[in-house]
Design a protein around this ligand. Structure first.
Ligand code: A2H
Length: 253
């Protein structure tokens, strides 16, 4: 962890009932996969959620109604930030692995896709954020490559029990224009740099460097309520909206 605290927006990705057997203990509650993002303005373009197959997660009681699925590390941090039913003490209702979460149907705020699925990403760090990541392949090179891997490798889908209909058709939704990179900046940069897979760490770091700052400084929204506005202007407005409507919360670490 760095010296400066990082503030994330946690997107509440609601698990659509009925719950599968490994989540039955949670029936009757509002259960959310809580995804940590630095780019709330990209939530229109969500295509899926990412979990680490071997990752350890828990379902934690946040208040009287809400349960968040995330790492116990994040649950402890949240408990000290006022987000736990018992103050400063996380209550785990169910221990889950990433594999238990793969295939869960989710409803996520702002997403143009009505229902999206939890899918495996092999490069998720369990000591950052919540261990849950929302996927926006139009604007995130990591997300683009991880999805590309699943789409192009049937053996990878089979290994993790990913049904074809959870990843296909592979529709990337354009949401932000960056003059230099067009409407699907992540795809363009991944193709330009000839990135082979989600494990191509160095090139992905370069792709992120290229798109991340440009998206913020030069990007324009081409969808949503702030269509036509600069990303710089839209970002805080969208963040505020999500927080006010209760579909997201703040989290620092
Ligand atoms: B971002 P930073 Cl569109 N492991 O959200 C791996 N990656 C993680 C993670 C974890 N445990 N927790 C969060 N992240 C991702 C959107 C997005 C993101 C876009 C473009 C770039 C981007 C949609 N995915 O991040 O190391 C999350 O993906 C580029 C850095 O704390 C989160 O924001 O700076 C970002 O990494 C946080 O990374």
């Amino acid at each position: 962890e760095g010296v400066q605290p990082q503030e994330y927006v946690l997107i509440k990705m609601e698990v659509v009932p009925p719950f599968p057997p490994n989540l039955k203990a949670l029936e009757g509650r509002k259960v959310y996969l809580a995804a940590a993002t630095l780019r709330p303005e990209t939530m229109y373009g969500q295509t899926n959620c990412w979990v680490l197959p071997d990752g350890k997660y828990g379902a934690f009681e946040i208040n009287d109604t809400d349960v968040f699925v995330l790492t116990s590390r994040a649950a402890l941090n949240l408990a000290y930030q006022g987000l736990s039913k018992v103050p400063e003490k996380p209550t785990c209702l169910a221990e889950l692995s990433g594999n238990d979460l793969i295939g869960l149907p989710l409803k996520s705020p702002l997403s143009f896709n009505d229902v999206i699925y939890a899918l495996p990403m092999l490069t998720i760090l369990t000591d950052k954020g919540t261990g849950i990541v929302t996927s926006v392949p139009s604007d995130s090179p990591d997300d683009f490559m991880a999805l590309q891997d699943l789409v192009s490798k049937p053996a990878l889908r089979q290994k993790f029990g990913v049904k074809d209909e959870w990843v296909l058709p592979f529709n990337i939704i354009p949401i932000i224009n960056i003059p230099e990179f067009g409407d699907k900046s992540a795809e363009k940069v991944c193709l330009d740099l000839k990135i082979k897979s989600q494990n191509d760490k160095e090139k992905l770091a370069e792709a992120k460097r290229m798109t991340y700052l440009k998206g913020f400084t030069d990007g324009t929204m081409i969808v949503g309520e702030f269509n036509g506005r600069k990303v710089q202007e839209a970002k805080p407005l969208i963040k505020k909206q999500l927080l006010e409507e209760g579909t997201a919360v703040l989290y620092s670490e």
